[in-house]
Design a protein around this ligand. Structure first.
Ligand code: PEP
Ligand code: MG
Length: 551
């Protein structure tokens, strides 16, 4: 038995086999080969495997996002099977007597450059696809799994670190837990673990080797430990804890259908955060009153090119319809910083967290913004949708956003497409500047949602991605708590309602405080809704205020 330690970012026990996740990116070396014909055979086998993978991805995507969203995987199959591409690879292997990986990478570069230099926008857009299929074939040559979880049973995913664009592709049903060597407590791997309600450990020195792959292990998210090849007595003890957890969940089940009201009659909305339509099942299972944060950027991260209006419309409509009359707050794309999509071609920045991101990208590229707004507005005819804008720092920004929303509404009116004319607009409060002008901002919008993940990073000057700073990161810093009170007061004075959608919203040790501050909503990972409801039902806010006053 090997015992490794790390930092637990979500509690719970997972028992299962380890799956070492391989990065998609590869470095390709030029190597001489003796037998070019054998190398061509290797290439052909990899090509066939890539087509098989794409067929499987196409089927999966049809089920998850519909035919329109799945088309890309069909297009990629044709590209892998393209005669010119195949001839070029074979020609390089034969004439230069080199390895297939190198020949594929060379061909990929030639085709990529050829497409990106074309004037036609459609063909230009295909350059990214060429890059993608090239990486896939190289990956197949290396026997890799293109980032998919190659296992029939659910596994514990072990990785160096995981980018949002990688986790978005994973089949969530196959994940029991995450263990990463790097990553910070506020990274998106942690957020994903919370959404899925599974234990996760970061900063764990686990070897990412073939020997570890497939071994039985226990992840203990209470202790922050991973047990590889656990001894029988440890396994028996952890199985008992796991069973207790299952029992606890069953008790919480009894809270389903209850109103979120305190002992002295104060009501609060408990909504869920999601990043994907696949999370909708969890939202309903956990009895969320609505969706308080739909991280729409995950649609962009899961694509090889800008998602079209139709693709986005289909997704937003599905969310709105699934939630029926319940509120669905869609946050416009929050790309940049730790959430990168190649095709945005964002400049390399010294300080990406303070760089061109989120609403700044939208305001400098109004066409990308308008495509998303059109899709959201059209979907608003099918349910109860609100729109929320991230990373706001000024009233002028909000005024400009509202003008753009009006322009899009007018365009829809002109072509007679229906949408919710009274759609609620809100802003995220995640910069200290927004806190200081909360009341002025509140006069412009219907609601606020506090992004405590970013607000903490910008207030404490602590990069949320930097694991070396976790010891300085005080989520309960008094400066931050004062800000949270200022925000809700400013919101109410300016006539807006206020919620919290950052991770702090699910911190049960602060629930009473948030109720006392007067928050109207908390939006949390689906699995945190029922534990939160339990605290709300057991709280007497006036008693709590009295106790606090006496201390
Ligand atoms: C936040 O910053 O708290 C937030 C909810 O947004 P994200 O974590 O997606 O940046
Ligand atoms: Mg944020």
């Amino acid at each position: 038995m090997i015992v490794l330690e790390g930092k637990a970012v979500f509690e719970g026990i997972a028992i299962g086999k380890l799956f070492v996740y391989k990065k998609k990116e590869q470095t390709v070396k030029r190597e001489k080969v003796q037998d070019a014909a054998a190398e061509i055979k290797r290439y052909e086998a990899a090509k066939d495997l890539a087509i098989e993978q794409l067929q499987a991805l196409h089927e999966k995507a049809v089920k998850e996002v519909g035919e329109a969203g799945a088309e890309i995987f069909e297009a990629h199959q044709f590209m892998v099977d393209d005669g010119d591409y195949i001839d070029s690879v074979k020609n390089i292997i034969e004439t230069e007597s080199v390895n297939a990986e190198y020949a594929v990478a060379q061909t990929g570069d030639i085709f990529h450059n050829m497409f990106s230099e074309m004037d036609d926008e459609y063909f230009k857009g295909r350059a990214t696809d060429v890059k993608d299929i090239t990486e896939r074939i190289i990956n197949c040559l290396n026997g890799g799994s293109s980032g998919d979880i190659d296992s029939d049973e659910p596994v514990i995913v072990v990785a160096d670190d995981l980018a949002p664009s990688e986790t978005v592709q994973m089949d969530k049903e196959k994940i029991l837990s995450f263990v990463t060597v790097h990553g910070s407590a506020n990274s998106h791997t942690s957020i994903l673990a919370k959404t899925m309600n599974i234990p996760a450990i970061i900063g764990c020195d686990i070897p990412l080797t073939e020997e570890v792959n497939g071994k039985l292990a226990i992840v203990d998210g209470f202790e922050g430990k991973v047990y590889i090849d656990p001894a029988q007595d440890v396994l028996a003890e952890k199985k008992k804890i796991l069973q207790k957890e299952i029992d606890k969940k069953e008790l919480l089940e009894q809270l389903k259908g209850k109103d979120n009201v305190t002992l002295d009659g104060q009501h609060i909305n408990l909504y869920a955060n999601i990043g994907n339509t696949k999370d909708l099942g969890l939202v309903l299972q956990n009895d969320a009153g609505g969706i308080g944060l739909f991280r729409s950027e995950f649609i962009y991260l899961g694509s090889d090119d800008y998602p079209t209006e139709e693709e986005q419309f289909a997704i937003y409509k599905q969310v709105a319809q699934t939630m029926a009359e319940k509120k669905v707050i869609i946050r416009t794309l929050d790309i940049g910083a730790d959430k990168q999509a190649d095709y945005f071609n964002l400049p390399k920045e010294e300080n990406p967290a303070m760089g061109l991101r989120a609403i700044r990208i939208c305001l400098t590229n109004p066409e990308i913004f308008k495509t998303q707004l059109r899709a959201i507005l059209r979907a608003s005819a099918y349910g109860n949708i609100s729109i929320m804008f991230p990373m706001i720092i000024s009233v002028e920004e909000v005024k400009r956003i509202k003008e753009i929303v009006e322009e899009v509404k007018k365009e829809l009116d002109e072509i007679g497409l229906p949408y919710d004319k009274d759609i609620e607009l809100g802003v995220m409060i995640e910069t200290p500047a927004a806190v200081m002008i909360a009341e002025e901002l509140a006069r412009e919008v219907d609601f606020f949602s506090v992004g405590t993940n970013d607000l903490t990073q910008y207030t404490l000057a602590i990069d949320r991605q930097n694991q070396n700073l976790d010891e300085f990161y005080d989520a309960h810093h008094p400066g931050l708590l004062k800000m949270l009170k200022m925000i809700v007061d400013g919101a109410h004075k300016g006539g807006a309602w206020a919620g919290i959608c950052g991770e702090l919203g699910s911190d049960l040790s602060l629930t009473k405080e948030f109720l006392a501050m007067g928050y109207d909503e908390l939006s949390v990972s689906p699995g945190r809704i029922l534990p939160l409801r339990k605290v709300v039902l057991e709280t007497d806010v006036s008693e709590y205020k009295k106790e606090k006053g006496n201390n």
